[in-house]
Design a protein around this ligand. Structure first.
Ligand SMILES: [Zn+2]
Length: 698
């Protein structure tokens, strides 16, 4: 458990609204007041999108449709995308072009003389986009794999896994630096479950996922065939891979289990690890990894390392070989010939993305370099594309949000005084710990040895650097300046272990943050994001961490119980919503994000009220087609207009801790008194929840 984000990555948002249904309360709902009307001769507030509206929809019946219906009707998802959105993805597309420009300059040796790590950036991008070089890569990758994938004893298995891990090829599990959950000042080693080729353990164990498992086995066999195995051998090995990965999946925690940090804290240390899972040669593993002296180790899932030990003890070299070969192949696909890429695309498109065309190579390469050398690329991006006044404007917005969060905490009736004081201290520290734009100290990639001859080798060089960087952190105090996202990332996060909120340069752009928009619109889009991240500090997961970032219960017992009651209301409400077809949202998986959305929206709206108490500030929002409050909610909704392919929507419903975009809009606003007032909705409107149906946590 590291951090909670606003959105799990730009490529992986929520589900389609075309296939969603109305709130659970809708069956008996009757509109008791006429639909609100708007004078369309008046100017549209800056920052809202005229063409995104569906003017025939009633905002009190389906707010998302009113704000986004026009956009949904006219937008086609690009062929190479699993989804498209007015906010995240359109910004990501812009950033992608900017990054492409930087990387093309780097590859041509034309970056400014003072640009950092120009060689690493240029080599990585040039080799990644060099199709001819990729076509010759197979023998090189096989030569790399050959001495590592065929261990004959448990000891050799452990040693080889250590060597693979040192190159970033994470067979079975991962070992990285972990901030100690119960001592926020210290970094220890952390072993976590992993090693699966499908997106979640559920795909291996759920009865209804059997067709995907079968398709996966066939896909593994086809890739092993391209690797050079005969048809029968490839089929046999694919069966062994599925069997071994299923063993790992059966021991894996579910995503819902992993939302409880107490379940992830097992300080076994090296001695306990050897006691519990001694059949795997941990000493040989750690030596080969390059961490021979490591003693302080947390194991997130003890059952999982026991399963790894059982696989070692079973002593099946044929299964190990099949699995390790597959793991190297699977992770090396970006550096392998086009035939491998095509097979991977076909499998993923059919089952998870729905895309009809693979991403152009340059787009993949931009993403790979961002992932491998993020702070080298981000440094040049921030220098070129992060306007000097963005930081000040974002700071002002954070300050406004802090004010409303604190006012709210001071008056929230279900808190007692000790819990209230602790919550206020936590909020105040969190806001003081904000990070905006890009890191103060950039990562030094000087030791990454890249070449112009092999993208696979450049991938491995970057991975080796990252593994070393992680291992070197262990045993040292926590580096509070470190960022968990690169600067161009269109996202934001709250890190409960550092008790900090972080907003990369990538998201501080229109439509999330638009310098020409009214403040009302910006408070609805970016202000809500700020409020969302702050509220994460108090969701069902974040609330378990104290002001310093330690996993420690600071809630009095009755207040803790009151929280659980309020959270249960949110869980049950979202359990009732349909993500796509007959697939429902998971109220427990999405609970933290839904609490953050609810709180973020409420706090941002209150912050706007205070902001516009100053008539000079409020003047911009008057004499417009919408009131300031309406502008706020529309700015919010229009930053979330999103269209998703059904395959992707199903994947998201199973794995994404965020609700689908449709419900991220209609879910929270339906609980807010301020929304009802803004649009004058009747109490029995579809969008309005009252009494026990209305969930309010913060
Ligand atoms: Zn979030």
């Amino acid at each position: 458990m590291r951090f909670e984000v606003l959105c799990g990555g730009v490529l992986v948002l929520g589900a389609a609204c075309a296939t969603t249904t109305a709130p659970a309360t809708s069956a008996a709902a009757v509109t008791e007041v006429p639909a609100p009307s708007f004078d369309r001769t008046k100017p549209l507030p800056a920052g809202l999108d005229e063409a995104a509206f569906n003017w025939t929809a009633n905002p009190c019946e389906d707010f998302y449709e009113f704000a986004c219906g026009g956009w949904m009707a006219k937008t086609e998802i690009p062929a190479d995308r699993p989804l498209y959105s007015r906010g995240f993805v359109s910004i990501a597309d812009r950033n992608e072009l900017a990054l492409k420009g930087i990387l093309e300059e780097a590859a041509a040796g034309k970056l400014p003389a003072d640009a950092a790590f120009a060689k690493q950036l240029g080599d990585s991008y040039a080799t990644c986009t060099d199709d001819a070089q990729l076509e010759t890569a197979l023998e090189r990758v096989k030569a790399f794999a050959a001495p590592l994938v065929a261990p004959t004893s448990p000891e050799e298995l452990a040693k080889n896994v250590g060597v693979l891990h040192a190159s970033g090829l994470t067979a079975f599990f991962t070992l990285t630096a972990w901030q100690d959950l119960k001592d926020a000042s210290q970094v220890i080693g952390g072993i976590d479950q992993g090693g699966l080729g499908l997106p979640d353990r559920d795909y291996y164990v759920d009865a209804d996922k059997k067709p995907i498992r079968e398709a996966y086995q066939a896909y593994v066999a086809s890739q092993l065939g391209l690797w050079g195995q005969g048809k029968d051998a490839a089929a046999q090995d694919a069966a062994l891979v599925l069997e071994l990965e299923t063993q790992l999946a059966q021991a894996s925690q579910t995503r819902v289990e992993r939302r409880d940090p107490t379940k992830l804290y097992n300080r076994l240390e090296r001695s306990g690890l050897k006691e519990k899972a001694g059949a795997f040669g941990w000493d040989a593993y750690l030596t080969a990894l390059g961490a021979p002296a490591l003693q302080t180790i947390n194991v997130t899932n003890v059952k999982f390392v026991e399963a790894v030990a059982a696989i070692a003890k079973q002593g099946k070299p044929a299964a190990w070989k099949a699995y390790l070969t597959w793991t190297v192949l699977r992770m090396a696909v970006p550096g392998l010939p086009k035939a491998f890429q095509d097979a991977a695309f076909a499998f993923n498109a059919k089952h998870f993305t729905g895309a009809t065309q693979d991403r152009p190579r340059w787009k993949k390469c931009v993403a790979f370099v961002d992932s491998d050398l993020g702070e080298a690329l981000g440094r040049e991006f921030a220098r070129r594309y992060f306007p000097a006044d963005s930081k000040a404007r974002t700071s002002a917005m954070i300050e406004a949000l802090q004010g409303s969060v604190e006012r709210n905490l001071k008056t929230l009736p279900w808190l007692d005084e000790p819990t209230r004081a602790a919550a206020l201290a936590k909020a105040s520290r969190m806001v003081a710990n904000n990070k905006i734009g890009y890191p103060a100290v950039w990562r030094d990639y000087g030791s990454v040895q890249t070449t112009r001859s092999s993208y696979f080798e450049n991938m491995v060089a970057a991975a080796r650097f990252e593994v070393r960087r992680q291992l070197l952190k262990i045993g040292k105090p926590v580096d509070r300046g470190e960022w968990l996202m690169s600067a161009p990332t269109v996202n934001a996060y709250y890190d409960p272990q550092k008790n900090e909120i972080v907003f990369p340069a990538g998201i501080l752009q229109p439509p999330f943050f638009d310098k020409d928009a009214t403040d009302a619109v910006n408070f609805g889009s970016m202000g809500m994001v700020v409020g969302h991240e702050i509220t994460h500090g108090f969701d069902d997961e974040g609330r378990q961490f104290d002001v310093d970032g330690n996993l420690k219960d600071w809630w009095s017992e009755p207040v803790g119980k009151a929280f659980v009651g309020k959270a249960t209301c949110v869980k049950q409400q979202f359990d009732g919503y349909t993500a796509v077809d007959d697939v429902k949202l998971k109220g427990d998986l999405t609970l933290g994000e839904n609490i953050a959305d609810l709180g973020g929206l409420k706090h941002a709206h209150q912050a706007l009220d205070t902001w516009y108490a100053d008539p000079k500030k409020a003047a911009e929002a008057s004499a417009q087609r919408f009131t300031p409050s309406q502008q706020f909610f529309l700015g919010f909704a229009q930053s979330w207009c999103t269209k998703v392919r059904p395959e992707q929507a199903k994947l998201r419903a199973a794995t994404d801790p965020h609700a689908s975009p449709y419900w991220r809009v209609n879910g929270p606003v339906g609980n807010l008194e301020a929304f009802r007032k803004a649009f004058g909705c009747g109490e029995r409107s579809k969008m309005v929840r009252t009494g026990a149906q209305q969930c309010v946590v913060f």
